[in-house]
Design a protein around this ligand. Structure first.
Ligand code: IFM
Length: 449
């Protein structure tokens, strides 16, 4: 609820977080870079999908996006000005290895080399996501994530990037939110590549996990810094609660397919029985080959968790959204983050967690106060601190996101940024939430009396 009053209190509970706790901000390549056809980059599935009439609101494309490819130094200065210690960004596969196979495109990889150097010079640690949804179109034409070969191609690509940047980048995460790719991209067709093919979606789950495991195994083997690299993956485990006792089964099923289907193979080396049974009843099968689950469950140094909301469902699985929501209609449920973290820690002890994304779209009519976003960030940081106080090994929090950007099928409508971007001039303007985050981080850094 937005009022005229400014409430710019810092989050409470954070003095309890350890001094090495990471504070960051996240972005992804496709959503901000633009320069879609420059320096040898070839189309990704999102370039293709955004040209399908009706696929993206307003027919928006990311051809220009935030023009970050050309404004990178300016954007690094914004990141550094926030006072964060970490910047999480993704590398565009079609930029560094056009077509998804074969030799590196030096001009594309040079961009990330410059970005890494700029960050390090500004005192910000680079955190790489190797793939955030922008699969090279040529790989999709060959079957995309439904094909096993894509997993091998991904591991090859990971090695190319690792080879060039591992001397300066410590943290390497493979995929962002594979659930979204399989569900929206292959089952429901609302994201690229726009397929509505449940069998392909099931295959896409397994092949993404295999891609992750193979890439981590090969990068770890190539790591020359003894134990000096951190490898992981980012998931979006959406907690789902039953609205009534009758909805318990529906909630459990949503979590089985949304959380356990990813976490259990990664951390325990097997798919949940309930998932296998349900798929079997429906005539679907995960394309598991001997040895795959050992590869998928290769040791993880960090689990990235993207948290936006906790869902509540009726017995038929439909969501109930009767409380406060963001501009996208997503529930505002900070305490769900504490509960999720406590549960993850209980069920999978020994895996350090970093919140790799958390943020909200709010109508910027509320600027300059930006009170909704300040309240949202504060409440979620407090939720992280509460989980830490309960013994959860949570080691960082990254706000989503630096700039108002291309929000996938929603186009440029929803604004998640700490900085607004004038779409005509590309001028960046800090929102109140950016200044609030900066001031909070400054207060943490200040020596205590
Ligand atoms: O913008 C996305 C991001 O690319 C992946 N996680 C969720 C964000 C908000 O929808």
């Amino acid at each position: 609820m937005t009022t005229d009053a400014h409430d710019l209190r810092p989050p409470s509970g954070t003095p309890g977080l350890p001094s090495g706790f990471r504070w960051g901000v996240s972005t992804s390549a496709f959503q901000i870079e633009g320069a879609a056809a420059e320096d040898g980059r070839t189309p990704s599935i999102w370039d293709t999908f955004s040209r399908v009439p009706g696929a993206v609101t307003g027919g928006d494309t990311a051809d220009v996006a935030c023009d970050h490819y050309h404004r990178m130094p300016e954007d690094v200065a914004l990141v550094a000005g926030l006072g964060v210690d970490t910047y999480r960004f993704s590398v565009a596969w079609p930029r560094v290895q056009p077509g998804g196979r074969g030799p590196v495109n030096a001009r594309g990889l040079d961009f990330y080399d410059r970005l890494v150097d700029a960050l390090l010079s500004a005192g910000v640690d680079p955190w790489i996501t190797l793939h955030h949804w922008d699969l090279p179109q040529e790989l999709e034409d060959a079957g995309g994530w439904a094909e096993r070969g894509t997993a091998h191609r991904f591991a090859d690509y990971a090695l190319l990037v690792f080879g060039r940047l591992h001397d300066r980048v410590t943290t390497w995460t493979t995929l962002n939110e594979p659930w979204c790719v399989a569900t929206y991209g292959y089952a429901e067709g609302t994201h690229a590549p726009g397929r509505r093919d449940r069998a392909a979606a099931v295959r896409a789950v397994h092949h993404q996990l295999l891609a992750h495991g193979e890439a981590v195994t090969r990068m770890r083997a190539a790591s020359t810094r003894d134990g000096g690299h951190t490898f992981g993956i980012t998931l979006n485990p959406t907690p789902t609660l039953p609205h009534t006792p009758e909805a318990k089964e529906a909630a459990e099923e949503a979590e089985a397919f949304g959380i356990r289907m990813y976490l259990e193979p990664l951390l325990r080396g097997h798919y949940p029985d309930t998932v296998l049974a349900r798929l079997g009843r429906e005539g679907f099968a995960l394309p598991v080959e001997p040895g795959d689950l050992e590869v998928i469950s290769a040791p993880l140094d960090v689990l990235g968790v993207n948290y936006y909301f906790t869902e509540t469902v009726r017995a038929d699985g439909t969501p109930v959204r009767d409380g406060a929501t963001t501009a996208l209609g997503w529930p505002v449920t900070p305490s769900g983050l504490t509960d999720l973290l406590v549960r993850l820690h209980r069920d999978h002890p020994g895996v350090p967690i970093v919140i790799t994304e958390n943020g909200a779209a709010f109508a910027d009519a509320h600027l300059p106060h930006d009170q909704d976003r300040v309240d949202f960030l504060r409440a979620h940081i407090e939720a992280v601190a509460a989980a830490h106080a309960q013994g959860v090994d949570v080691r960082g929090y990254f706000a989503w996101t630096l700039l108002d950007n291309f929000e996938w099928a929603h186009g440029y409508g929803p604004t998640f940024g700490l900085f607004s971007v004038d779409r005509a001039t590309q001028e960046r303007t800090p929102k109140r939430s950016a200044l609030w985050y900066r001031d909070f981080l400054k207060s943490r850094a200040a020596p205590t009396a």
